[in-house]
Design a protein around this ligand. Structure first.
Ligand SMILES: Cc1cc2nc3c(=O)[nH]c(=O)nc-3n(C[C@H](O)[C@H](O)[C@H](O)COP(=O)(O)OP(=O)(O)OC[C@H]3O[C@@H](n4cnc5c(N)ncnc54)[C@H](O)[C@@H]3O)c2cc1C
Length: 496
């Protein structure tokens, strides 16, 4: 690491908060990259040989390969295979430093990024900035649904879901009534995009192949998997032909697909659905998962508000300039799922290409290219694909559409290619071999904590806020009673 570039007092111990003091005149160009997903990692790697110092700040310690999250949720892969530690991935990149922290502020005038880890803030100065903080799950204004229907965006989501799926089978084995058994064996997936299709298919295969014959009181093959979609097609972005193929295949596997079905409520015991004709009905289900929408994170809105005239779209994504920067700040790039560019889908390719483009502009700038001479970003659509079941996928490359086994092989090869690290690839191949050729799955552990920790944490946080507000009002020091216990009790009440 170039120590001259690390002379800022704010970074002296890596933890202090404060202003910036340059003590060395000559320093390298400082690039800060926010996020360690596809955008952040590929942007950083593309600058490997550039004469710059990079600080990659992310609130997660790993690079998460989101397209395979559903395989973690359904016991095929472990977390390690799809989420290698970012600092190990970048070990050989000497111009890059990795910092753990949640970015809470970007000062465009002072050119600093403030990140928070536990109770400490770190201020990191930049000359160029690449913001790649991705998107979160959107419940379309019904955030209360998240209590009972987790999304599929993070490692925690996938592990929680694995616990909920396997826990439902365990509960069904012990159920004391048919009604309870049916509820526990009904799995509802909301949203028939690629994630929903893949999850529904894998829950069905888990029940029919892996768990079959492993219980005494229930037959896991009785499990009912319901895929709900508010629109009139499965995999709508991939076109009617492939959508229909995926639908037929899922139905052959026993997945119930309900189209034009709007979810209006979700509680501990089930889902309320409104059909196109206005009928309101109920599906009793203990295990629900939400894969219906995305919403950009809060940094997008912050950037837009602080730059002169930049807007965000309805999903909170930043409407960037043709060179992926924000208005008035040619050194601040927004890439990946956080950017809004017509024709660029929220997919890994969009993030990789956007980040690579941004890195190229930074390198060109070092060679003297003026921002106004940049060629606009151009997206090259390499196609999209989704697996439906083992040996079956749908694939679209340009005008070419194909499905079945060949598509599945293409899916396999492409995902292996983009997985980071040889170790992950080798282990993944072994796990796939075990799962798809045999009936077993290597990652069937689940714990109570995985299922309850998210809700318990939310409860602790809100209880703590409430207690502190009360304490402040009474002029007392902040309360720290048995909050965790209270939280667990509250969660127990909620999940019934
Ligand atoms: C379940 C699922 C399946 C998918 N399947 C496919 C697929 O099959 N094919 C495909 O092409 N695409 C797929 N995608 C989409 C693809 O994963 C995304 O388009 C891609 O990950 C976007 O990359 P990104 O870098 O913009 O964001 P992300 O990969 O989401 O990375 C965001 C990063 O920013 C960090 N971060 C967020 N906020 C902060 C903050 N405030 N401070 C610090 N760090 C922060 C996060 O920790 C993370 O490291 C899928 C997505 C999901 C969720």
């Amino acid at each position: 690491m170039n120590t001259a570039s690390r002379s800022d007092s704010v970074r002296g111990d890596g933890w202090a908060t404060g202003g910036r003091t340059e003590t060395v005149e000559k320093r390298r160009h400082r690039v800060v990259v926010i996020g360690s997903g596809f955008g952040g990692l590929f942007g950083t790697k593309h600058l490997k040989h550039a004469d710059v110092d990079i600080t990659l700040i992310s609130k997660t310690t790993s690079h998460l390969f989101q397209p395979l999250l559903y395989q973690v949720a359904t016991g095929i892969l472990s977390v390690g295979e799809i989420a290698p530690a970012t600092r190990l991935v970048l070990r050989k990149q000497k111009n890059a430093q990795v910092l753990l922290g949640d970015v809470i502020d970007i000062d465009l005038e002072a050119k600093t990024v403030t990140s928070r880890l536990l109770n400490s803030n770190t201020v990191t100065p930049f000359d160029s900035l690449i913001v790649a903080t991705g998107a979160q799950q959107s419940y379309f204004g019904n955030n209360q649904f998240a209590t009972y229907a987790p999304g599929m965006k993070t490692i925690d989501d996938a592990l929680e879901l694995r616990g909920r799926i396997l826990g439902s089978f365990e509960g069904a084995e012990l159920a004391t009534s048919q009604e309870m058994r049916d509820r526990l064996l009904t799995f509802v997936v909301v949203g028939a995009g690629a994630t929903g299709v893949e999850l529904a298919g894998q829950i069905a295969e888990l029940a029919d192949r892996t768990l079959e014959g492993t219980f005494h009181n229930i037959d896991p093959r009785d499990a009912r998997v319901v895929l709900l979609e508010g629109a009139d097609a499965v995999l709508a972005p991939m076109g009617p032909k492939l959508g229909l193929k995926a639908k037929k295949r899922l139905e052959k596997m026993g997945v119930e697909i309900q189209l034009n079905a709007m979810v209006t409520d979700i509680d501990a015991l089930g889902v309320t659905v409104k059909d196109a004709d206005g009928t309101i009905r109920r599906i009793e289900s203990s295990c629900k998962v939400w894969s219906a929408g995305v919403q950009a994170g809060p940094l997008g809105k912050m950037l837009a508000e602080r730059s002169d005239g930049t807007q965000v779209d309805r999903a909170g994504r930043v409407i960037v300039e043709p060179d992926l920067t924000i208005k008035g700040h040619p050194n601040v790039f927004v890439v990946g799922d956080l950017m809004s560019v017509p024709g660029v889908p929220g997919q890994a390719q969009g993030a990789i290409q956007g980040a690579t483009y941004a890195a190229k502009q930074i390198k060109a700038g070092l060679k003297g290219q003026a921002p106004q001479d940049r060629k606009p970003f151009k997206y090259f659509n390499k196609g999209s694909m989704a697996t439906v079941s083992r040996f079956n996928a749908v694939c679209q490359v340009g005008k070419l559409e194909f499905s079945g086994f060949i598509a599945w092989l293409a899916w396999l090869a492409l995902h292996l290619y983009y997985l980071i690290g040889y170790r992950s690839r080798i282990i993944t191949v072994i796990q796939w071999f075990v799962t798809f050729l045999g009936r077993s799955r290597g990652q069937m552990a689940a714990t109570e904590q995985w299922v309850f920790a998210r809700l318990a944490l939310e409860q602790v946080n809100s209880d703590e806020e409430e207690a502190d507000e009360l304490a402040a009002a009474l002029g007392a020091p902040p309360a720290n009673g048995k909050l965790a216990e209270k939280a667990k009790a509250a969660v127990d009440r909620r999940v019934g």
